[in-house]
Design a protein around this ligand. Structure first.
Ligand SMILES: [Zn+2]
Length: 148
């Protein structure tokens, strides 16, 4: 049930690059980590959705999201982990709880602190997983993500 995902370092680098160029140290940003259903536990792509963001709020573009779900289905891909930035400390907020892009057991949400301006990696990051009862619960990053 608890999958361990293999994450290529290049995808983590791209993710931080999106956060920094889009968020510019001022706004929250989100990236989705996806993988093919043939090899679901190896993350193959970081997708930066079209979104609006202000300090402390975040809204995905509806039309972009529709197209995205269509492409994902057509290419036999799945969203495994949503990653987003927070202004200072990483934690999981009420807004994060209310709007996961995927709502299935085992779906992961990773929060990167300080608008991802710190070192590229999982230092002070926060990982949560959707439990069987539909709630989020913190899980140790090392148990679920391996950098390759
Ligand atoms: Zn962004």
């Amino acid at each position: 049930m608890s999958a361990i995902y293999r994450l290529p370092r290049s995808i983590l680098d791209q993710t931080f690059a999106h956060f920094r160029s889009c968020g510019r140290g001022r706004r929250e940003c989100q990236v989705l980590w996806i993988s093919p259903w043939d090899a679901p536990h190896t993350i193959s792509k970081a997708v930066h959705p079209e979104h609006e963001a202000h300090c402390g709020s975040f809204v995905l573009d509806d039309r972009w999201l529709n197209d995205f779900w269509f492409r994902v289905a057509e290419e036999n891909l799945g969203v495994r982990i949503q990653v987003h930035t927070h202004p200072s400390e990483a934690f999981h907020s009420a807004t994060d709880d209310a709007f996961p892009i995927v709502h299935t057991i085992g779906f992961l949400s990773l929060v990167i602190p300080n608008f991802a301006l710190g070192p590229i990696g999982f230092e002070d990051a926060f990982l949560t997983e959707i439990q069987e009862d539909g709630r989020w619960s913190e899980v140790p990053i090392a148990e679920r993500l391996v950098l390759t």
